[in-house]
Design a protein around this ligand. Structure first.
Ligand code: GLN
Length: 309
């Protein structure tokens, strides 16, 4: 085991926390603005069931963009590779996560990848179910299976707060509808998307999800395949190429772990074949990634040579 004790993690967390004051909590979703920028916690989940942690790991956070990896896995299982990638691309953008610019420059207004908001809206649109409630419950049940926790729910406050202020995502939605990539009511889709982003869990759950991806989709405690190996592989590849938005290249060079961040300050990491990581540090850098969370991963990756490259 690479890092055995909570004390080892405590030291790294205290070092990484020093940069938190350089970041800023996201406030474009008003509810997220209430977070404490100094918070930093981490959990690491090993396949043998062992878990180590530092900081307030019981604190719940909303998934925000971390949820994009899970909704992608679900629609790949629902619809298959061809259907999904006919509607959303595989290339990193080099643009901010909420950018609309490239949609207009593309020949077909197909979003470049499922980790940017435009792509994630198309992905959420593809979740199967007879109505919005059923689609949301299917996503939530899938998350219950991966995290092995049936208590996970969502924050109605955060969902409502984003729904009321999601002007940019609304524009993306209507643009995509105009171009035939979405054919449902945009308000309805935003209701589903904002609930997806508001799914709430602690770092231990987040690390458990990372672990299942790290183990190629297999639940290490039951041996059950929760995510088919090819789907898990696609998810991890997107985490490397697009998981940290337009900071993914630098992240791959400095840290080299498949990871996905969200504007709530969450980061979910999957160290292939080894363990899952869940981090919460709500102060963000200018690209929208947890500033202390990235520092912490950098310290961990250097100390224990975690880069996969
Ligand atoms: N719910 C957020 C949004 O759509 C998710 C973005 C993110 O975490 N980067 O703006």
């Amino acid at each position: 085991m690479f890092c055995k004790s909570n004390e080892e993690l405590d030291t790294l967390v205290n070092d990484a926390r020093k940069v938190a004051s350089l970041g800023k909590v996201a406030d474009y979703i008003p509810e997220l603005g209430k977070a404490n920028g100094n918070d930093l916690s981490i959990a690491i989940h090993y396949p043998d069931g062992n878990c180590i942690s530092a900081g307030d790991v019981e604190r719940k956070i909303t998934l925000q963009s971390v949820s994009k990896v899970i909704s992608l896995a679900l629609v790949l299982m629902d619809r298959g590779y061809q259907y999904v990638f006919d509607r959303v691309g595989m290339e990193p953008t080099g643009d901010p996560f909420n950018s609309i610019a490239r949609l207009e420059r593309a020949n077909v207004a197909k979003p470049l990848n499922p980790m940017i908001n435009a792509g994630a809206l198309v992905v959420t649109h593809m979740i199967k179910g007879n109505n919005v409630e059923e689609r949301f419950q299917r996503l939530l049940n899938f998350i219950h299976d991966i995290a092995d926790n049936r208590k996970i729910g969502y924050s109605t406050n955060v969902a409502q707060s984003e729904f009321e202020t999601a002007y940019l995502n609304r524009s993306l939605g209507y643009f995509l509808k105009q171009h035939g990539l979405i054919n449902e009511d945009i308000e309805q889709l935003l209701g589903l998307y904002t609930r997806q982003c508001a799914i709430e869990m602690n770092c231990l759950d987040l690390a458990r999800i990372g672990l299942v991806l790290a183990m190629d989709g297999v639940d290490p405690s039951s041996g059950k395949v929760i995510i088919p190996v090819d789907v898990a592989r696609i998810c991890k590849t997107f985490m490397v190429t697009c998981g940290m938005y337009d900071a993914s290249g630098e992240f791959a060079i400095k840290i080299g772990i498949p990871a996905k961040s969200g504007v709530s300050g969450g980061i979910m990491g999957a160290v292939p074949g080894k363990f899952g990581i869940g981090i919460f540090g709500p102060a963000l850098d200018e690209k929208g990634n947890s500033i202390a969370g990235i520092k912490l991963l950098e310290l961990l990756s250097k100390k224990y040579r975690l880069s996969m490259f």
